[in-house]
Design a protein around this ligand. Structure first.
Ligand SMILES: Cc1ncc(COP(=O)(O)O)c(C=O)c1O
Length: 444
């Protein structure tokens, strides 16, 4: 197996780490120029040779781009490093900045680029499709969406065979929550503390990290009421919608095997879900939404044995089990294609995004035919969801994962990295590396 190497690292004591990171983090110039090491840098072996150098960059400088961003883009946009990286090219596992410096991309656009930057098969699929037809509407027939849905369904266990395409993970989770509510006729959703599921009304409600939750009502449940309280009689006969100021979401204890209240005892955490059902709801719930490995929550696997017990409690309360595979799914864990498989469960609804498009905006919800039926009660429509361009890219990504055995690669590289980091942990007795698992694998 190839060894991943970092040329230089900085001493931990350096207070200007973030500023320097664009020099040190897995980076190396594409050309053979060497820069002298300063005192606080340590020499490490070179990155392997690579047969691609980007063409000379002629665009605006990083400073000009930053100034434009500050003027014209949302003030909420933040960036890594004091001197942010200007990424102008990407090939396979590498990124290149405006000076041609090469970086090993261990981040993959927030766990999204799952088969490498500019993979030729994906590029060809996108170009061929856009030359043919980029968008019509799902109201007409086109084989691309149907072919990809069939391929995706073939990767699912049980009777999870019906696919809805969306444009993002947030949309996929919103749809899944709505379907669970419609199917069960119940409102209550249980999700986990420390979870991230998206940033729209329902998903922000299900998210449980204060820095990702704006101080607004996150789910409005509307109730039709008579305006009898109105002083003017003429208005009293009119009905109006009243907003129930509640999220409809309960956040269960996070079954974090490292920092959680019950250590790695999954069954004890699962009892908390049963208690939430017993004491916090009518005894009936719409569903349970969780990842099997919390991504934004720190890349931590749920305690073993947790999901089987929780799924039992949820189903007993009439609810559906929703697996959010947006970040951890799609071959990333290496050991399985879907991260829930490691807990030996089969969900009722699975949501996905990020890696399924390798960077093309694409999300999906997969469920059973029976549950999918609920959306026929009204019109459900998504203008871009499942358009030929995105689904052509998605299908190409799935084929690349299979052809290049990227799941196996994630397992091998992830295991190796885990082993090496564990060795560092033992050496330095540091708690820094306690939350490692196979999601560390570089799938490409
Ligand atoms: C587990 C999980 N679910 C949902 C989302 C939301 O996906 P998106 O940003 O595509 O809306 C994310 C995004 O990071 C995620 O990590």
């Amino acid at each position: 197996m190839q060894r991943f190497v970092v040329r230089r690292i900085l001493s931990e004591t350096n207070s200007t780490n973030s500023q320097r990171c664009n020099r040190c983090f897995f980076s190396q110039p594409a050309q053979k120029q060497e820069t002298p090491l300063s005192d606080n840098e340590v020499f490490l072996p070179k990155m392997p040779p690579f047969d691609y150098s980007p063409p000379p960059y002629t665009g605006p400088s990083a400073d000009e781009i930053l100034a434009k961003r500050k003027t014209y883009l949302s003030p909420s946009l933040f960036h890594f490093y004091n001197k942010p990286l200007n990424v102008v090219d990407g090939k396979k596992q590498y990124l290149f900045d405006e000076n041609g410096r090469r970086y090993l991309d261990g981040f993959g656009g927030i766990a999204t680029v799952c088969c490498g930057h500019s993979h030729p098969d994906v590029v060809d699929a996108v170009i061929n499709q856009i030359k043919c037809i980029q968008h019509s509407t799902v109201l007409y027939l086109n084989h691309v969406i149907a072919d990809f849905a069939e391929a995706l369904a073939s990767k699912m266990p049980g009777n999870l065979k019906v696919v809805f395409f969306t444009n993002s993970g947030t949309e996929a989770n919103e749809l899944a929550i709505m379907m669970a509510r419609l199917y069960t006729g119940s409102n209550d959703i249980i999700s986990l503390r420390n979870a991230y599921h998206g940033n729209a009304a329902g998903t922000m409600g299900a998210t449980a990290q204060s820095n990702w939750k704006f101080n607004v009502v996150q789910v409005k449940t509307l109730k039709l009421v008579k305006r009898e309280s109105c002083r003017r009689k003429i208005y009293q006969k009119f009905c109006m919608y009243q907003v129930n100021d509640k999220t409809g979401v309960h956040h269960a204890l996070n079954p974090d095997p490292y920092r959680g209240a019950f250590g790695s005892d999954g069954e004890k955490y699962a009892k908390d879900v049963q208690e939430l059902i017993d004491f916090g709801t009518s005894g009936h719930v719409a569903g349970f939404l969780s990842e099997a490995i919390q991504g934004v929550g720190g890349i931590v696997e749920l305690a073993p044995g947790y999901l089987p017990d929780v799924y039992k409690s949820i189903r007993k309360a009439g609810g559906l089990c929703i697996a959010d595979e947006v970040q951890a799914g799609y071959a990333r864990t290496g050991s399985h294609f879907w991260s829930f498989e490691a807990q030996g469960v089969v969900p009722d609804i699975v949501t996905m995004a990020k890696g399924i498009g390798n960077g093309i905006p694409l999300g999906a919800v997969v469920t059973t035919p029976e549950i999918a039926e609920v959306l026929t009660r009204r019109n459900y429509f998504n203008t871009f969801g499942g358009n030929p361009l995105c689904t052509a890219a998605g299908h190409a990504v799935l084929k690349v994962i299979e052809k290049e055995k990227l799941q196996d690669n994630a397992f091998v590289v992830g295991s190796y990295m885990k082993e090496r980091l564990n060795a560092l942990k033992d050496k330095h007795e540091s708690k820094l590396f306690f939350a490692l698992n196979h999601i560390l694998g570089f799938p490409f």
